[in-house]
Ligand binder design. Sequence first.
Ligand code: SAH
Length: 346
Amino acid sequence: METKKKDIRALTKEQLRNFFVECGDKAFRGNQVYEWLWQKSAHTFDAMTNVSKETRQMLEEHFVINHIRVDQMQRSSDGTIKNAVRLHDGLVVESVLIPTETRTTACVSSQVGCSLDCRFCATARMKRMRNLNPDEIYDQVVAIDNESRLYFDRPLSNIVFMGMGEPLMNYNNVLKAIDMITSPEGLGMSPKRITVSTSGVPKMIKKMADEEVKFGLAVSLHSAIDEVRTSIMPFNATFSLADLREALEYWYGKTKSRITYEYVVWEGINDTQEAVDALVKFCRFAPSKVNLIEYNPIDDGEFQQASSAAVDMYQRTLEKNGITVTVRRSRGKDIDAACGQLANKA
Ligand code: SAH
């Protein structure tokens, strides 16, 4: 049943301390509870064993802990794990654990569905239902950290915001979640191990730059030619490449952090010399590198991965122009866990 009680993790530490003072208790009690809520990821008030029974009952009367639940976990033959995560209101998002020899990367969602309309992405076919709260993003990371320790004997090492949703359309909550993930009062992870991936919302990229964030930025570029980009990512009509370029130059100027461009080469769409040349030119605007990612088919064959000759042509041309390029193989394809495949199918 839907409850009217407030999610206690919507409170800042200061607010929680004040709450206890107002109840005639010590502010310090707020610190204890805060630690249980974040660092210790308590799912219930009863788990807070150094807090008196009366206090736990009182908290129960005022608040809820809207914890996520991993409803279903699928494992790919390549070790990738996909979690279907149920939220307190019954909606579901997905997050993915991607293991390599040395790292475990969590790919987390920022929205239920997506506000944008990229034509090659399965998530875009679900409408945006709501933004995730900071604690719902944080909990996905905790769940994957636990799985990494359990199945790979090591903690989570990296986080990418490349699951469902457009992180910069849920800016405040994503930044709050990252604050908690990097805080010593949360998971204490280094921001250098976090990458936020965006389709490119210029205003928000500038805002992040102004806040001098310490995490990395990836931009899903896919084309450096406006007409082509608009045809596959229709919001590009509003947020044009010129605006994006300006925002990225601003970002680099403020943060000195190199930008990663994510790029899929599709047959008949951007597998031409003209397209590569445009990309090379775009890469010169701000220090950057290119990840050529494999297309993960989502449907009817409207989009098709370009030939390896076309991908080689991209790689050669970029390298010849002194631009760092990596060619990425997809992970977790057999369980629909690869980029752009997250659509709550399982
Ligand atoms: N909204 C954000 C993050 C989610 S998408 C963004 O656009 O960056 C994560 C990455 O997967 C993006 O680079 C996106 O362009 C890419 N992607 C989406 N659909 C894909 C597909 N079917 N195959 C391969 N990559 C895809």
